[in-house]
Design a protein around this ligand. Structure first.
Ligand code: ADP
Length: 428
């Protein structure tokens, strides 16, 4: 500001002197007014010319220098100061921007910057090594580059169907990633990849170990179970009670091994295709399960069925039977003799709903969120005696997830429980 003040005062001084000279000359020539008007008109024309040059320059290419304008010194000084400020700001912005780019380049996991049409704008070096991206991919569809129908489908839903997706690298089948879609401006997205190869490997090792141990236990348990069944049948045997207890324990262990193997099967990604196309007639399946329910109940409960016989859904019969069977078995096992159980299968909006309502002991609200954890029991002591393995609802949760459904549990202690599975009717 002060730098421009001095030339401005100098300019005012020149203006004042020139006007005084004009008045002096006018006085000598006897034409004061005429010379004053000529001097002022000259100044006005000069100002007009300068303002024209300034406006032309302001509308010209942003990079054009103002040095050649030859404007009055105070204006030129102000312009120079302004130019210096803008240059400093641009340099600062450029430094920040390149620091950001350097940070994304240094990031060890792949990052892809895409536009609203899913065309690639930029990628970091990690995307080159892990996903095989190169400069040819710039401007082209990221879906074409990754060539995975599931990824394209997920991206088209703008990540609304699931907040992340698991994919394998197009250049190395052994590399697995978890990918998330992040919107960072109106029509710009970031695809952030996280390498989960090691985690998946550890999970697989754990999963294989449990499956192998369960499998190895199965044969000796079956033999033991068979012998004990024979031995306990002899009521005259002095060890009759001992054999009965041992037999009961082997049955529980057998159930546990069966459930562990079932859970391992469900966790095995390859056991269920990503897209389920086979249709399941759930009313037939429930007919089979009703026999098991009657057997388990020993006719001690009133079990009512409300089944929409025409309602069939896309799904895997074995998995659905496992999930529905577990909910029915739980209702029978936990509801006191004389209790009532309602089993329903009906259509609601775009979903098919399987619902089991009982008037059993109910579940404390603090236990409900944890029920689907493996071996979680709401009332450990009491429930173990009722013959559960603690894996039933974990199995249900897995089946529901595989079928892209929803499990809801409503319960109040002393007032019974409702377990509801909603499954999509359309393509899964
Ligand atoms: P479990 O084999 O012990 O039944 P689940 O995973 O099937 O294992 O169930 C977990 C726990 O949820 C059970 O131990 C029990 O406490 C509770 N639960 C499940 N279903 C019912 C029900 N219908 N009524 C009351 N409690 C239930």
């Amino acid at each position: 500001m002060q730098q421009a003040q001095k030339p401005f005062y100098k300019h005012l001084l020149i203006l004042g002197i020139s006007l005084i000279v004009a008045v002096g000359l006018g006085w000598i020539l006897g034409q004061i007014l005429l010379l004053l008007v000529i001097a002022l008109a000259g100044w006005l024309a000069w100002y007009m010319f300068n303002s024209y040059k300034l406006s032309v320059w302001l509308l010209s290419d942003p990079g054009a220098s103002s040095a050649k304008l030859h404007l009055p010194e105070h204006l030129q000084t102000a312009l120079n100061i302004n130019e210096q400020r803008i240059t400093a700001q641009i340099t600062q912005q450029q430094e920040r921007f390149s620091a950001l780019l350097d940070a994304t380049d240094a990031f060890p996991e792949p990052l892809l910057f895409i536009d609203a049409e899913f065309n690639l704008q930029r990628f970091n070096p990690a995307a080159v090594n892990s996903l095989g991206f190169d400069q040819h991919n710039i401007g082209a569809s990221v879906c074409d580059a990754l060539e995975q129908a599931e990824f394209t489908h997920w991206l088209e839903s703008r990540g609304l169907e699931a907040d992340h997706l698991k994919i394998t690298s197009p250049v190395d089948n052994n590399l697995s990633f978890r990918v998330q879609l992040l919107k960072y401006s109106e029509d710009k997205y970031l695809l952030a990849f996280t390498d989960i190869t090691k985690i998946q490997l550890q999970n697989q090792i754990r999963h294989d170990f449990v499956a192998n141990v369960s499998h190895e236990l199965r044969t000796p348990l079956t033999v033991l179970n068979g012998y004990l069944e024979v031995l306990k049948a002899d009521q005259a045997d002095p060890n009759h009670e001992v054999f009965k207890k041992l037999y009961k324990q082997t049955v529980s262990m057998n159930d546990l091994v069966t459930d562990l193997l079932e859970l391992a099967r469900l966790q095995d990604e390859s056991s269920t295709p990503k897209t389920i196309t086979a249709m399941v007639d759930v009313s037939l399946l429930l007919n089979e399960l009703s026999l098991t329910a009657t057997e388990l109940s020993l006719d001690q409960h009133s079990i009512e069925y409300n089944i929409d016989k025409a309602l069939i859904i896309p799904g895997k019969k074995r998995d659905l039977k496992s999930a529905f069977g577990n909910l029915i078995a739980n209702a029978v096992r936990y509801t006191q003799p004389g209790g009532e159980i309602q089993i329903s299968w009906f259509r609601q909006a775009g979903s098919a709903v399987f619902e089991v309502i009982d008037n059993g002991p109910g579940i404390d609200s603090s236990d409900i969120p944890r029920l689907t954890e493996r071996f979680y029991r709401a009332d450990a002591g009491r429930n173990r005696n009722q013959g559960g393995t603690g894996l039933g609802l974990a199995i249900v949760k897995h089946v529901v997830e595989k079928h892209h459904g929803k499990l809801e549990i409503e319960s109040q202690e002393g007032h019974g429980s409702t377990f509801r599975i909603s499954l999509p009717l359309a393509r899964i």
